[in-house]
Write a protein that binds this ligand. Sequence first.
Ligand code: SAH
Length: 240
Amino acid sequence: MPDRRHSSRRGRILHAILVLPLAGLLVAADPYAANRERMVREQIESRGIHGAELLRVLRATPRHLFVPIASRPMAYDDHAVPIGYGATISQPYIVALMTDLLAPRKTDRVLEIGTGSGYQAAVLSQLALQVYTIEIVPELAESAQSVLSDLGYRNVSVRQGDGYKGWPEQAPFHGIMLTAAPPEVPQVLIDELANGGRLVAPVGLGWKQELVLIEKDANGRLRRRSAGEVLFVPMRSGGP
Ligand code: SAH
C-alpha cells in the first residue's frame, strides 16, 4: 500500500511536470482560447444553438485574427466590432444563427455577399465544400483574402465586386448568405440559388431589418420566413 501511494504521487508529480508546461505552451500559442470557449458557451449554446459541427467550427476559428490588432481584446465580446471602411464583423451569435439557418452541408457550394473581415467565410468554409465571397471595398477584399490564405482556408474564393450582380460564372449555389442589408432580396441572387437551396439575408432599410430565410424547393418554388430582427450595414450599390 505505501508503495502504491508513493508511486501514484510520483505519477501525479510526473504528470504535472509534463502536462503543465504543455498547457502553458498552448495558452501562449492562443491567448484567446479561453475567451473563445466562453463565447461559445455563454453567447451561443446558452441561446439555443446546439449543432455539434457548428459549435466545433466556432471553437476552432481564431476570430481575433480577423479584426484589427487594436480590437483583438474585444473580438470575442457579445457585439459586432468595427473593421474599418464602415464595415463590422458581425456579433458572434448572429454569425452562428445565420450559419445555423443556412445549414450548409459538406457537398455545398456557398456564396456570401459582404466578405468584410473574412470571418463568416472562414466559418462557412469548414462546413461546406467551397465558399465564394464578394466584397465591394477593395481594401477589405484584399485583407480578407490574405488572412484567409495565411490561416490555410483553401476553399474560399474572394472577389472584389458588387454583390448585386451575383457571381454568374459559379452559379447556381446551394446556399447564399448576405451579410449586408439590401432593401429587398435581389432577384439576381434568388435566380442564382439552386433548387433545394437556402438563402439567408438581413432585409430592409434603416435601423430595423428582418432576418429572412428563403428556401427554394426541388421544383423551384420559394418559401420565405422571418427569423427575427437584426441590424447590419446597408448593402450599397456599386453602380451599373
Ligand atoms: N461577413 C463579414 C461582415 C461583413 S459587414 C464578416 O464576417 O466580417 C458587410 C460587408 O458588406 C462590408 O464589408 C461591406 O463593405 C460589404 N458590402 C456592402 N455592400 C456590398 C455590395 N453591394 N457587394 C459586396 N459587398 C458589399
